[in-house]
Design a protein around this ligand. Structure first.
Ligand code: ATP
Ligand code: MG
Length: 573
């Protein structure tokens, strides 16, 4: 990403940063962070935030932190911490030695609360959640002051200390900011800073029974880490005055001295068609077993995209090309696939794989002969070289490349017709062998033309179609999983009254083919490697299921670029 050639176009955040730099703010430093809450797996939307924040740091010679916002032990788990670290690393963002946790700062955050009380800017409040809600007012009506708002500093300090010591019941008290119950911004109506929660924390155990709220902890963590530009999604725009209030109200060495301090900047979150990114709903899909775990290749999770076989370069390219805006939009899933295709077309070696085999016997080819045919590994990349594939009398071709009664415009194999076998000979179908009882096609008897060997034929004879094939004697068996969109509708949330998004799940999102036959070179495919299976799609040797000699491939994307088609029709339209 540091590569200038691939540098994405500037965006409005970069413009703001340049302005800050020109004004000499923050001593010329740029420092960003990605602040996930460890309550689920990261998805492609988070990838956008990671790549944006990391990209801004790299572009401006700055630093990037990974910081877990682990302020709510009720929802957070170590499993999510581990997966998020793996995912951010896999995406290529480098946080150096700056991996932090909001829980690292529980002590200083507590100390800031003492400061706020001493300055008369925070108070212990005994209202229940219910009562607090009724005091809060509405968008059109101001709220009412809490009866506890004017407690003395001494009493507040005592109560906060006892909250921490575990003297009070969960939910019985909070620490609140004293701002303005009549503010037109609801976030400023004396927001809660601390709540009592008797939940063990995955890092601090039971050391704490009060936990700071996100809106309070976040600006403080930013300040403590020297973050200069705190980039987040649009829903936080209304929280920005509170972010600034917190930073204005505390005394912190990191905030004094140099001019400048963390500045919150919002951008539009990524939404995509045919999928969903709410962590809660992704969790429902996983827990309801609609998919096979968080890394199911149909999910938009980073773990799922990685398992499916998306290269990280493709995801970075996608995130850079969709840009950064201040208004919400929906990106077509086909565009992500397009980015994968562009990357894979350049890099993925080609191979021949017959997914639904049909046996072919070349009856005029010598019984024991084997010829090794030289074929290109990647026509897009001359450096990729060639490999040899065996040809013999017993072959497999794709069932769909043969039709007994072909319609007009079907140019592949049919009785009496010819096709070229990729990299080998032209064959002609002489007869169809059927099962006596069921009448289904068992195999084809073909003859080959010895003068038609690929690259050597001198008669210039052309046939209309070239098909892929494998030698039945040398082929290696494999399972191939064909993945498709998880949801039928572009907007999975659009459902009739009384139904939920699961009603839109596609019944065709996964097809498993267990009788596939691959060219023998694929026996050596390393788990995690990617190929183009000629004429079919890009595939990924599943990193989990390829073991003990078993081959399992996941379809990443088909070869046909539906995005290019969409673009084309828009241009025409
Ligand atoms: P939650 O509802 O649990 O808060 P979240 O998706 O906001 O879910 P976080 O872990 O808080 O999850 O997100 C970490 C960061 O990723 C935040 O800065 C958030 O703004 C950003 N982010 C989350 N979803 C998207 C998205 N769809 N597009 C871009 N950025 C996103
Ligand atoms: Mg969030």
């Amino acid at each position: 990403m540091a590569d200038d050639v691939n540098r994405p176009p500037a965006n409005f955040i970069q413009d703001l940063i340049e302005r800050d730099l020109a004004e000499g703010l923050n001593d010329g430093r740029v420092h960003t962070r990605f602040p996930p809450e460890p309550n689920g797996y990261l998805h492609i939307g988070h990838a956008k935030a990671v790549i944006l924040n990391y990209g801004l740091a790299v572009r401006n010679g700055g630093l990037f932190n990974l910081r877990f916002d682990d302020t709510n032990p009720a929802a957070e788990e170590e499993e999510f911490v581990t997966s998020i670290i793996d995912d951010v690393k896999w995406l290529g963002a480098d946080w150096g030695d700056r991996l932090f946790f909001a829980s690292d700062y529980f002590e200083p955050i507590y100390a800031f609360s003492v400061q706020l009380i001493e300055k008369g800017k925070a108070y212990a409040c005994d209202l229940s959640q219910e009562e607090m809600r009724s005091h809060r007012g509405t968008l059109t009506q101001p709220g009412r002051d809490s009866p506890y708002r004017n407690r003395s500093v001494k009493e507040n300090l005592d109560l906060l200390e006892r909250m921490r010591a575990g003297e009070f019941l969960e939910g019985s008290r909070t620490l609140r900011a004293k701002i303005d119950m009549a503010s037109s911004n609801m976030n400023l109506r004396d927001p809660v800073l601390y709540r009592i929660l008797y939940a063990p924390h995955h890092r601090t155990g039971d050391r704490w029974c009060i936990y700071p709220m996100y809106d309070y902890a976040h600006p403080l963590c930013d300040a403590l880490e020297g973050i200069t530009h705190s980039v987040c999604t649009l829903e936080y725009a209304d929280h920005r005055p509170l972010y600034d209030w917190v930073l204005d109200s505390v005394e912190c060495p990191a905030l004094s001295g140099a001019r400048g301090r963390p500045r919150q900047i919002e951008f539009a979150r990524l939404n995509m068609s045919h999928t969903m990114m709410s962590k809660r709903k992704l969790r429902r899909l996983v827990e309801g077993r609609h998919v096979n775990g968080w890394d199911d290749p149909r999910l938009p999770t980073i773990a799922g995209l990685r398992r499916r076989g998306y290269p990280p370069e493709a995801i970075r390219s996608f995130c850079e090309q969709i840009g950064v805006a201040r208004n919400d939009s929906v990106v077509d899933l086909a565009f992500l696939e397009h980015c994968a295709r562009e990357d894979l077309n350049r890099r993925a070696p080609r191979a021949m794989a017959v997914l639904r085999p049909l046996r072919v016997t070349v009856i005029n080819y010598p019984q024991d002969q084997v010829e090794w045919m030289q074929v290109e590994n990647n026509p897009e990349d001359p450096a990729a070289g060639t490999r040899r594939v065996p040809f013999c009398r017993d072959l497999y071709i794709e069932q769909e490349d043969f039709l007994e009664t072909p319609p007009a415009r079907f140019f592949r194999l049919a009785p009496g017709r010819e096709v070229r076998l990729k990299g080998a000979y032209i064959i002609k179908c002489d007869s169809v062998v059927k099962d006596d009882t069921t009448g289904t096609i068992r195999e084809l008897h073909c003859t080959f033309d010895p003068a038609s060997r690929s690259g050597e034929s001198t008669d210039g004879r052309k046939v209309k179609a070239t098909v892929h094939w494998v030698s039945a004697r040398h082929a290696v068996p494999a399972t191939v999983r064909l993945y498709d969109n998880l949801f039928l509708a572009a907007n999975p949330e659009a459902v009739p009254e009384g139904q939920d998004f699961t009603a839109n799940l596609s019944p065709h999102s996964l097809e498993v083919l267990t009788a596939c036959q691959l060219e023998p070179s694929l026996a050596e495919a390393t788990p995690g490697s990617r190929y183009q299976f000629l004429r079919q799609a890009y595939f990924h040797a599943d990193p989990v299921d390829c073991r003990e000699g078993r081959l399992v491939f996941n379809r990443i994307v088909s070869l046909r670029d539906t995005w290019a088609k969409v673009q084309g029709s828009q241009l025409l339209g």
